[in-house]
Write a protein that binds this ligand. Structure first.
Ligand code: HEC
Length: 148
């Protein structure tokens, strides 16, 4: 399983490098900046602080933005030319991929590519945080509820 994910990551990086030659160093820089801050920086607020069971009524502001900040923005940050997950626009555009690839198990409507739990991929050091299954399910519920 691990080799498939890293092979995919390399392929994706390659594809980005071709279309956005400037994007690879940016991603590498962000990953480097983030892996150091994850060991020595301030604690990252956890979106599961309230138990992770409050899907009904979740909004971008109350829940989803925290999820993306914690698990995705280290690579999909502001100014990322392909996916900037600091605002809801690119999240809604990629909703189908995110739903299938964040979910803890294969959902109906998903082909298996991306695989369940594919996102977030690991950074080079393998140090970035990964959501619990409850958090994954809650994010899927927010998407299925209209991603508002
Ligand atoms: C360690 C870096 C990293 C993290 C963390 C990360 N990604 Fe990515 N992701 C990438 C790279 C690199 C690509 C390839 C460039 C692109 O398509 O944006 C990518 C691609 C994607 C794609 C497109 C996949 C496809 O099949 O085209 C989606 C959707 C995505 N990421 C969602 C997420 C979500 C959601 C999270 C957080 C839960 C996340 N990523 C966390 C690095 C990361």
């Amino acid at each position: 399983m691990t080799w498939r994910v890293s092979a995919r990551k390399e392929r994706l990086r390659y594809a980005v490098g071709m279309r956005f030659p400037f994007a690879v160093p940016i991603v590498a820089l962000l990953a480097a900046a983030c892996s150091s801050s994850s060991t020595s920086g301030p604690p990252v607020p956890s979106p599961t602080a309230d138990g992770g069971d409050a899907a009904a009524g979740d909004t971008w502001d109350s829940y989803a933005s925290g999820f993306f900040t914690t698990y995705c923005v280290e690579c999909h940050g502001a100014g990322n030319p392909k996916r900037d997950f600091t605002t809801p626009a690119d999240v809604r555009r990629d909703e189908a991929l995110i739903r299938c690839g964040v979910a803890p198990t294969l959902l109906s409507g998903c082909s298996g590519t991306p695989a369940p739990k594919q996102f977030p991929i690991s950074n080079a050091a393998g140090t970035n945080p990964k959501p619990s299954d409850a958090d994954r399910t809650r994010l899927v519920a927010w998407l299925e509820g209209g991603a508002r």
